[in-house]
Design a protein around this ligand. Sequence first.
Ligand code: SAM
Length: 275
Amino acid sequence: MTGTLYLVPTPIGNLGDLTDRARETLAAADFIAAEDTRVSLRLLNHLGLKKPLVSYHQHNRAESGPRILRRLQAGETCALVTDAGTPAISDPGEDLVALCAEAGVPVCALAGPCAAVTALAVSGLPTGRFAFEGFLPATGRERRERLAALAAEPRTMVFYEAPHRLLRTLEDLAAAFGEDRPAALCRELTKLHEEVLRLPLGQALAQFREQLPRGEFVLVVAGAPAAAAPQATLAEGAERVRQLMARGLRRKEAVRQAAEELGLPKNALYDAALD
Ligand code: SAM
């Protein structure tokens, strides 16, 4: 019988965030596929678990992925962990899941820590609709085009960034979205020095140019404000008054309703409708 690939989220800073189910799944797996075996070995030692580890990361996924798949197809159970957070979210787990899905191997995702969701929740920005953008393309045309495409995005946006690229990304976000765009800069989430700076992009940039804080960041940026509705003309208003009167409304009532619908001044619209 085919085995199952378990996606096991690991803490993004606070070891207390590892769930009982994550611990049990790691303990029960035949082997563990890890992004960095040294990082995961520390976690396993902390949990008092001894398990065979195989490496699965960005640079060996083309060979390691099919090897893991063959073991799953032979009936073994694999727990996939990455350095921190939920496997397959902006890390190489994505490809292994696709490989298993294509081959019909069951994949089971445990719920647990994820930097993007933690940052969004604490951001203070609207969370009803959001766009997860992960890492922006590093440089060049692709980066410029992505930023230009996002400038009018109305949903709250969530970005990951490596510490050494943070300032550059803030500069590009402020240039593309405007310095007044509200943002939440979420640093060292769940760790001792956790901090959330809720500032417009321009102010964040000025502050970070003075002194770049250390640590890991998620940038949460407010969506673009809704574009103001184009102003209707008095001629369009007068046409609307005529339509309403044709439906039986008296002129005064039709003017009042059309003025309200189209945001036009009542007196001017009354005169325009008489002409
Ligand atoms: N799969 C992971 C997850 O579910 O969160 C994300 C992996 S991605 C390679 C790493 C990025 O996550 C970092 O560059 C940073 O933007 C963000 N990150 C991870 N841990 C964080 C923390 N404790 N505080 C803030 N950001 C964090």
